[in-house]
Ligand binder design. Sequence first.
Ligand SMILES: [Zn+2]
Length: 354
Amino acid sequence: MDQHTRFDLPICLAVEEDAFFHSDEIISRYIPEIIGQKAIVISEEFLIGIYKEKIDDISHDFGDAEIYAMKSASFDEAVTIAKKVCTEEIKIIIGIGGGRVLDTAKYAAHISKAVYICMPTSLSNDSLASPFSVLETYGKARMTLSCKIPTAIIVDTNMIINAPEGQTLSGIGDTIAKHTALFDWKLSAKRSSARIDDFAYALSRMSYDSVYHCDEKNMKSRVFIRILSRALVMGGLAMEIAGSSRPCSGSEHLFAHAIEEYYPDIKISHGMAVAIGSIPACIFQGQDPKGMIDFFRTYGLNTDPSSYGITEDMFADMWKKARTVRKGRITILDDTPYDRVQLGEIYNRMVEKI
Ligand SMILES: [Zn+2]
């Protein structure tokens, strides 16, 4: 399952200032053959309110494309959109928004075989270019579904600079998590017949390195936004090439999944949860987390679990649940005996920010 030989790459990755105001020019530069085809813009009601001017402009650039406000980030909604796309002979889906919109639009494009143009309003995780969509299936239960990656990715640096800081921090967390994810991937390859895809490994490593070793410490700067957007896209492509999420997801992600599934009331973004998970994961792996802790501190990324309402008992339980939340995924947790005392120590160390 981890190995396959076919993969796609996006035709366009444009990271430009005010890119959303000239998306038609960008598309005609990269994929001129689709210009003039019928398009639909997918977003959410509140985003359509906030970014009215930009979204209207994009709709206008694509032949006054219908602006569709999706109702939920669900499988059913993706199917509804895909049905509309197929029956109205729409050829291009433009997703404008955060993870919810982008995952739904990506899956709708996958089902309807439409060209998918991804236009993120924030850089909160690496799903923008990944071959997966996380969607609600039955009720609120969410599932990760395989799908096609976007044909084009357009990042408007101005848009990202003005997005809430927490979202960019979340994207930073998801990128830094690759450090422990790659360790776990190697470990799992040693333990099973699965092969490491060297190219996917290198790409994910470079994604991590470009942000971790970035000289630009101001996350609102254009330089940093450019580096982060490329890093997130590279992470997505590493998953596409590997044919699995392993290059970007290890024990730190299992911790985040345990929160999502067992503690839905904890309000924490995906990237923050994996950032918090990365520190204990580093410790379990026998790596010194100091560099990572210092890095998070430099950008003001808060890894104190108590500030998200996570108590010591909850923290310990989350790590217990992380062991079983994705059965069959080999990580350092398989080699780490459950040790409540150690988890208490790690928790307190994180709360005291030592
Ligand atoms: Zn992630």
